[in-house]
Design a protein around this ligand. Structure first.
Ligand code: ASP
Length: 322
């Protein structure tokens, strides 16, 4: 039994481990860990307190997948319901669907008995104002809802090197089953309705008990285009060891063209219980927590540099030019 997670999940891992030790399923552990991050208003990349989109509205993406039967559920661009991971789980358990978005996701949350609440905290609203003010005047911001040219602001405003964040949790339970979960408010100041990798099976997360599991944080559009989480697991299915599978999946990002390439991180485990983290940033870490341990330990991620390019700047991630 173990948990592997991004460092911002620390707040929920003790409770998740208690559940695993009591014989709970991997999905219960993942859900409880991520719920704690979603409820933490000091984390500005997930749930309550998450940074909003360009219009100042918080939109959440979340998804999970079970490794024993490849079942999965997700919500995207969900407003007003902080428990995105639990709603994603309900999508998986109650519907013949995998992904609900926007108003449909919120409607379903209400039907499932979740309580709506305001996700935009004062510090997040202030950060939104400050974050956009170099580009927009106070007057511009007051009338932002009426603008017909939001797209003009999005490139500068959503620079992922300045405004990203997500929580990732992988659990293996007493029966050896894997579950992976991801939750985020996405890139701060994103275009309304933008969906990242986090609610997309194969992009932001993937789990298959036979081979392993993986979850991403970073520039979601890259993980979507390279099907990164699935690639990691697929490389293990093809026989590559975990470290090579992760390094290959990271190297695949160098094949992506276009003007918008930025940083990537992922955590992964194989079917033997080996774990690893990878990052385009030097010095990045992830958390590992085994049932025999008292608390999680921080483990360095393997640094794999990839090309970065945002707008017209080209550099290696970790050495941004702008
Ligand atoms: N992957 C997230 C997204 O693209 C953001 C992040 O992890 O920084 O929405």
């Amino acid at each position: 039994m173990f948990l592997v997670a991004s460092t911002n999940a620390a707040i929920g891992l003790t409770q998740a481990m208690t559940l695993l030790r009591d014989g709970a399923s991997a999905i219960d552990a993942v859900e409880v860990a991520i719920r704690a991050v979603e409820a933490n208003a000091d984390d500005h990349s997930v749930g309550v307190g998450g940074y909003p989109n360009l219009l100042g509205e918080v939109e959440l993406d979340a998804g999970l997948m079970q490794g024993h039967d490849l079942t999965s559920g997700s919500v995207a661009a969900l407003k007003q319901y902080p428990q995105a991971i639990s709603i994603a789980r309900k999508v998986m358990e109650r519907l013949p669907h995998v992904l609900l978005v926007g108003t449909g996701a919120a409607r379903f949350a209400a039907e499932m008995g979740f309580e709506p609440s305001n996700l935009l905290t004062e510090p997040a609203r202030e950060a939104w104002t400050k974050g956009l003010q170099p580009e927009m005047s106070v007057e511009d911001l007051e009338h932002i809802q009426e603008r017909h040219d939001l797209w003009r602001w999005v490139e500068i405003a959503t620079d992922p090197e300045r405004t990203g964040g997500t929580t990732n949790v992988i659990a293996r339970d007493i029966d050896g089953h894997l579950c992976v979960g991801v939750s985020t408010s996405g890139w701060a100041w994103k275009y309304p309705g933008r969906v990242g990798d986090s609610p997309l099976v194969g992009a932001g997360f993937y789990a298959d008990d036979r081979y392993g599991a993986a979850a991403c944080t970073g520039a979601g559009e890259m993980a979507i285009r390279a099907a990164t989480a699935h690639s990691i697991v697929m490389y293990m299915k093809m026989g590559l060891p975990l470290m090579e599978a992760g390094t290959r999946a990271m190297a695949d990002l160098n094949d992506l063209g276009g003007r918008y390439l930025a940083g990537m991180n992922f955590i992964a485990v194989d079917s033997h219980g080996n774990h690893a983290g990878f990052s385009t940033y030097e010095g990045a870490e992830y958390l590992y927590f085994e049932a025999s341990m008292e608390e999680p330990v921080e483990v360095p991620r393997t640094h794999v540099p990839v090309k970065a390019r945002w707008g017209s700047n080209v550099s290696c991630v970790g050495e941004r030019v702008s």
